[in-house]
Write a protein that binds this ligand. Sequence first.
Ligand code: TEU
Ligand code: CA
Length: 570
Amino acid sequence: MASDPAWWTRSTVYQIYPRSFADSNGDGIGDLQGIVSRLDYLEALGVDVLWLSPIYASPQDDNGYDISDYQGIDPVFGTLDDFGELLASVHQRGMKLVMDLVVNHTSDEHPWFVESRSSRDNPKRDWYWWRPARPGTEAGSPGAEPTNWGSFFSGPTWTYDEPTDEYYMHLFSRKQPDLNWENPDVRAAVYEMMRWWLDRGVDGFRMDVANMLSKDVSLPDGLVRPGFEFGDGWPSFISGPRIHEFLAEMHAEVFAGLDRPFLTVGEMPGVTVDDAALFTDPARREVDMVFQFEHVGLDRGTSKWDAVRLDLTRLKRSFNRWQLGLADIGWNSLYWDNHDQPRAVSRFGDDGEHRVRSAKLLATVLYLQRGTPYVYQGDELGMTNTPFASIDEYRDIETLRHYRSALAAGADPRVVMAAIAVASRDNARTPMQWDTTPHAGFSTGEPWIGVNPNFVDVNAAAELADPSSVFQHYRRLIELRRTHAVVALGDYRPLLADDPVVFAFHRRLAPDELLVMANFSGEPANASIDDVEVWRDAELLISNDDGFTMIDDRFALRPWEAFVLRRTIP
Ligand code: TEU
Ligand code: CA
């Protein structure tokens, strides 16, 4: 990294899912005043930046990722004044606040789409993707869609609008029509909206599906894989032909004149290491970092509903590829969880006997890598998945539409429910567990989604009071990134790539070298590394156990043990 390292190389971001964080008015839904009431807690954790999932006016078809007014706060979350108060309090505490930017699509109730849909010659018709039925088909009938692409939320990516006798595109739900970024008026309107929020003092944006803004305008059909009803449209909208041009233009139009620190992170399903190096190369002025999805796809087979056992060597190879791939140019984000992923401790750890140890291990191996860590609300408590008994307890549009389409295709409901229990996004969206009072202290009213019954044991109050808790481990990891430059900027060197249970690597930045080692299993494990002797008297920076054990020339690791050693490079 040529010039002075950017401020966010030493920062940690905390993601808040406002619906599920803290409810201040007892309606069972989290809100802005709820977040204000918990800022002491976030300051105690030591995070530097808060990222808010969408709080804008929205019909909430996809929990706010369907926006009907980009410059309005949804009344369920509060008012612009509440937002102003939150932002001021965050800044007073020396933290920053990043908004969610959802501009690949709007809500179908956004005035732009209402106009666009009203007639074929409406000036905003071309603000979205409208196309006639496939030639030789009857409009409105299955197969008449302009392309054969499948939506992320089951079904086709096109919906027929009878009054204007054309289809509109929506990669997600039919209430999330895609904006046509080919139209410069669309881009100008988005940039103006972003500047409006920056003028109000926000410190940056997390950009939703930021690598889907540019589509292949010839709209070719996609390959239909065996067993799938629809074609794969990804080659036509993942990192499309003009994506770098659009993100560079956005940077120039929105951020170039900004004379204060800001952060941008692009959520990019399907992004490759090479693409990411282009997107995050500071010289190209596109985004500061990206969210890539490789590691969160390694326990899935043909779809996210097809769970497979994680092979640790594949996980390590993926991390190694991203760490080494962006070593010289670009920058990584580091995350296990967000509002779209099931809880990591249930998925990659052990949410039973070894919940605390494995939760600490997962944070240790991730946050000691090179990149900016993202803590998703509840990670710092070791919150786990919540398998609901009935489909009626689920709320997520992706989950509910999958359930319906799987059953329509003849699947066994018990099999589908089992898959949903493992992979549903609702696992991440259960209320934050603050204490042992009713509804885990999240709300005095009936929460919009069920609370994980393990809140009696797993909650912030208990974690804050326990010096050996997951919370305290997270707090120390976050602090390490500030106190030790090697953690933020050190070179990454993988070790033991083929070991099936031990994850180990070095970080190196004179005068420090670190050894990070973790046993990803419930059984004891041994690990031998070349220069083992130099670590025998090393400083223990952090561990989820009481220190480390060396027997002869190897490390003896207890189940789910993880530690970080530091030595001074001669
Ligand atoms: O997610 C994009 C995305 O890729 C996810 O849909 C992901 O594939 C899926 O959830 C994994 O199961 C973003 C937001 O994070 C998500 O919450 C929204 O639903 C989606 O975009 C549409 O805005
Ligand atoms: Ca509320």
